[in-house]
Design a binder for this molecule. Structure first.
Ligand code: ADP
Ligand code: MG
Length: 229
């Protein structure tokens, strides 16, 4: 079964009198285990689509399914609950909590979902190790490089074992070497655990990692090289 499905989704933003049609009828199904890139020029609707899939936003019309469940008309709390159990996020600007250590940042989603003491500690350490940062557990974000911060963000996104990770331009603020490290780790976690990744990017080096490339232009999918390899 698909982990997410979007049917005929539109999203119109209204600011005063100005309407922007960010998505104009998108149909997309993502299967479990995909490592898929969402590409397209700036303003084509990549972030908007990720936010709909991630239940951070709702379509103006159309439907969004998560794990086969129609999430379109869930209220805010129900969406938050489904999100907490099913979806992890990685953002362009890392979005770590600056006053918390790497350990505490990874621990946060586990605190929020009620994972108890020993299990929580084991999981945080396992995730820090998976991203190669066991020796940086007590560092705060400002004591880490950009690449290390993004690896903490990847560990945090995966801590609760969601089926789907959405990454919005995860390497846009990293140099080539750090970008490669982050993509290598995401790819390895995808292969080892089967967790599904959808990442927006316009970096050709990042697109090269994808099993499937979905191209957006002006709010529509104009190209999709199909099912994951
Ligand atoms: P991308 O991520 O591909 O650059 P976005 O999804 O961010 O594209 O934006 C798609 C379109 O929607 C753009 O024209 C953008 O200006 C507009 N847009 C995005 N977010 C908002 C918002 N919160 N309010 C109004 N317009 C928005
Ligand atoms: Mg964007």
């Amino acid at each position: 079964m698909e982990v997410t499905k979007v049917i005929d989704a539109t999203r119109v933003y209204k600011i005063g009198e100005v309407e922007t049609r960010a998505l104009r009828g998108v149909n997309l199904s993502i299967a479990g285990g995909e490592f898929s890139a969402l590409v397209g020029p700036s303003g084509s609707g990549k972030t908007t689509l990720l936010q709909l899939i991630g239940l951070l936003d709702q379509p103006t019309s159309g439907q969004v399914f998560v794990n086969g469940q129609d999430a379109t008309h869930l209220n805010r709390n129900q969406r938050a609950d489904l999100r907490k159990h099913s979806i992890g996020f990685v953002f362009q600007f890392f979005a770590l909590i600056p006053t918390l250590t790497a350990y505490e940042n990874v621990e946060m989603p586990l605190l929020l979902n009620g994972t108890k003491g020993g299990d929580r500690k084991r999981r945080v350490n396992e995730m820090l190790e998976a991203v190669g940062l066991s020796d940086r557990a007590q560092h705060r974000p400002d004591q880490l490089s950009g690449g290390q911060q993004q690896r903490v963000a990847v560990a945090r996104a995966l801590a609760t074992n969601p089926k789907l990770i959405l990454a919005d331009e995860p390497t846009a603020n990293l140099d080539t070497e750090n970008g490669k490290q982050v993509m290598d780790i995401m790819q390895r976690l995808n292969k080892e655990t089967g967790v599904t990744f959808v990442f927006a990017t316009h970096d050709p080096r990042v697109i090269g990692y994808a099993n499937r490339v979905i191209t957006l232009e002006d709010g529509l999918i104009v190209k999709d090289n199909g099912i994951t390899k």
